[in-house]
Design a protein around this ligand. Structure first.
Ligand code: PLP
Length: 398
């Protein structure tokens, strides 16, 4: 293919994030010049001679649209290798599938509810052991290590309390004990935080969220520069088979092109909304790492280039009032998930985190009345007016 010297250099690490977001992993289709990577709807590939082919034999094992996405996401996280999966949970599970019975994982105690569920209800049955600790407390993390600890699993910012864990410090600690560090970077996205640059070994994403950004696809990814780990995960991707479909890969490739733009607007809007809520007389607490009074603010400033679009809050009054408020919004849709262009509002205790026992939730600081916002890219003034109106409506019982 001639005339595309520039394109082949598009994976260059010296290029900026937005340039790589638009170009990395992609080149004009060699047969037509189509600028967009085709959606190859095929399950198999014709071979010239038994086992003589163009590098593609079967679509669970290797797929060109998926390849492009894997390279693109690896470039965005500054990783040597990328693998994509059919969901964030499939990516998460793959990392644990690489462990053996008796192996131990130290986990943050403010994790996505589905991660907690698959760890405790699925992988615990196969003999993998999990300890949940406050990962913002380095001493607590250190005390949780055993001689069998193979992984430390953290989210920062965490879900739903937006706690900030010092990724550099955790990585140093884990490496001194020969354990690897996995960061679920779903909330920040690589546009704001690149854990591998901070010392982590593996990044996992639910690409359903900010990377997808339009609430129209479910997906997951694992990014790492550790070749041995990558080989194991790649083996599992094919052996277990939790691969994404070609159209989903295409949608995600299209999404990453605008990731930096979208995330910038998410951050701007969330900053305005958080400040407004903080000053609101009916709001008891606002959790947003961009607020100077947030306990993780300084660490967030050091390891993130923006504070993201997620906010959680507690209202004055009882749980019923919180539920009334959540149900009274017009622009914020009451729904699980996050990271899309449209604003969402949810109630973690009964929705995303319902699978965590109440006492565990309370121990981790997740109050029954906590409300979570995924601030979209609409006009900030409309979002504020919507929240204000819902707060007023929630004062009067239905
Ligand atoms: C949504 C989410 C997941 C799970 O991803 P799915 O794509 O829904 O399977 C994992 N971690 C975090 C932080 C999430 O928000």
């Amino acid at each position: 293919m001639g005339g595309h010297g520039i394109m082949s250099a598009m994976d260059d690490k010296d290029l900026g994030f937005s340039t790589r977001a638009v170009h990395a992993g992609q080149q004009p289709d060699p047969s037509t010049g189509a600028i967009m990577t085709p959606v190859y709807l095929t399950s198999t590939y014709v071979q010239e001679w038994p086992d003589k082919h163009k590098g593609y034999d079967y679509a669970r094992t290797v797929h060109p649209t998926r390849d492009a996405l894997q390279k693109n996401l690896a470039s965005l996280e500054g990783a040597a290798f990328g693998l994509c999966f059919g969901s964030g949970m499939a990516a998460t599970s793959t990392i644990i599938e690489a462990l053996n019975p008796g192996d131990h994982v130290v986990c943050g105690n403010d994790l996505y509810g589905g991660s907690y569920r698959v760890f405790t209800k699925v992988f615990a049955r196969f003999g993998v052991k999990f300890t949940f600790v406050d990962s913002t407390d380095l001493k607590a993390v250190e005390a949780a290590f055993t001689s069998a600890t193979k992984l430390v699993w953290i989210e920062s910012p965490s879900n739903p309390l937006l706690r900030i864990t010092d990724i550099r410090a955790i990585s140093k600690l884990a490496h001194s004990k020969k354990a690897k560090v996995v960061v679920d970077n779903t909330f920040a996205s690589p546009a704001l935080q690149r854990p591998l640059e901070l010392g982590a070994d593996v990044v996992v994403h639910s690409t359903t969220k900010y990377i997808g950004g339009h609430s129209d696809v479910v997906g997951g990814a694992i990014l790492t520069s550790d070749e041995a780990l990558h080989k194991e995960y790649k083996f599992l991707q094919n052996a277990v088979g939790a691969v994404p479909g070609p159209l989903d890969c295409f949608l995600l490739l299209r999404s990453t092109k605008t990731l930096a733009l979208r995330v910038q607007r998410h951050c701007e809007n969330a900053a305005v909304v958080a400040k407004h809520l903080l000053a609101h007389p009916e709001v008891a607490k606002v959790h947003y790492p961009g607020l100077p009074q947030h306990p993780g603010h300084e660490i967030a400033k050091a390891q993130m280039s923006g504070f993201g679009g997620m906010i959680s809050l507690e209202l004055k009054g009882d749980l019923e009032r919180a539920k009334r408020m959540i149900s009274s919004c017009r622009i914020f849709s009451l729904a699980e998930s996050l990271g899309g262009v449209e604003s969402l509002i949810s109630h973690p205790a009964s929705m995303t985190h319902g699978s965590i026992p109440r006492e565990e939730r309370l121990k981790a600081g997740l109050q029954d009345g906590l409300i979570r916002l995924s601030v979209g890219v609409e006009d900030a003034k409309d979002l504020i007016a919507d929240l204000d109106s819902a707060l007023t409506k929630s004062l009067t019982a239905k």
